[in-house]
Design a protein around this ligand. Structure first.
Ligand code: ATR
Length: 280
């Protein structure tokens, strides 16, 4: 019987892939006698009480997912990253610290794929929570970042928020048309466009010339090869799906709780296996 518990809270949370990858890592490391990762569904209206449950039951820590990432900040001590990004996705109950591993998960995966960031022009598509983490991480790595979003005012709000929370200046907001001539080497899709089941949709609208020979990182990982990634490859570019970001944001949390670096490949394989089954 596992005594050391970790898990994820969300609503709904039944389809979360986090238990699969974390438990696969525990097993591969021979830690599964002691450690268990499970998913807890907590409706937003009872979050204040719901958050006490895992804490009172002796959980070491939890991940936090949709829709609680912002609201949970009230009940923990957000660290610098969480405050900058405006969201908590990982809690350590031993210290009650809340952090955010999304930005580092993205950056770790870009680096693992040898994508250059320092001094590079990087276009971010989207202006939600995922985008805010992405922009924060990319700017910290020395990239010159611009944002394109369907709703331009939301991108402008994001820029002014990041200015307040992280002291980040010089992030441009542009239209897709303008961006096609900006000369970026990398585009990071932080929108949900193209996500299963809308697999024929792309955030790069038809009629706007697709830049040649660039790199696309698509945070969407289902399907594994999105329409946006296909457009990029058809224009001589390189496309990377977002599964690695999911794995690496989880791996950072895993190490925080356990003090052990998890086997990244094992986590990847476990996810690919279930995703292939779900696609089929
Ligand atoms: P998250 O927290 O995961 O980032 P979100 O806050 O709902 O999620 O943000 C979703 C992003 O995808 C937004 O940038 C959204 O654009 P709007 O701000 O204009 O809503 C973008 N998005 C979602 N569906 C879209 C679509 N069909 N076309 C273009 N952008 C879309």
């Amino acid at each position: 019987m596992a005594q050391k518990r970790v898990g994820v809270i969300g609503f709904p949370v039944e389809h979360s892939l986090s238990p699969i990858m974390h438990n696969a890592a525990f097993k591969a490391l021979g830690m599964d006698d002691e450690w268990l990762y499970d998913a807890m569904s907590i409706p937003p209206d009872i979050l204040r009480y719901g958050i006490r449950e895992p804490k009172n039951h002796g959980y070491i820590g939890i991940n936090v997912t949709i829709p609680h990432k912002q609201a949970i900040m009230e009940y923990v001590r957000p660290d610098e990253k969480a405050r900058a990004i405006g969201a908590v996705n990982t809690i350590d109950f031993r210290t009650n610290l809340g952090t955010n591993t999304d930005a580092d998960g993205l950056i770790d995966d870009l680096k693992a794929n040898n994508v250059a960031l320092e001094g590079e022009r990087v276009l971010v598509l989207g202006a939600g929570g995922a985008s805010r983490a992405g922009v924060y991480g990319l700017v910290r790595e020395g990239a010159e970042v611009a944002i394109v979003n369907r709703t331009k005012s939301r991108a402008e709000n994001l820029v002014s928020e990041l200015q307040k929370t992280a002291g980040i200046n010089d992030v441009a907001v542009m239209t897709l048309d303008e961006s096609s001539e900006w000369g970026m080497s990398l585009i990071v899709n932080c929108t949900s466009v193209g996500l299963h089941p809308n697999i024929t949709q792309s955030p790069w609208i038809n009629g706007v010339p697709f830049p040649d020979e660039i790199t696309v990182y698509d945070m969407v990982y289902r399907p594994a090869n999105t329409a946006f990634m296909q457009q990029c490859v058809a224009h001589g570019g390189r496309a990377i799906g977002g599964l690695g970001m999911l794995v690496r944001q989880g791996a950072i949390a895993f190490e925080l709780w356990t003090g052990v670096k998890p086997p990244i490949d094992v986590m990847f394989d476990a996810l690919r296996e279930v995703l292939e089954k779900r696609e089929g």
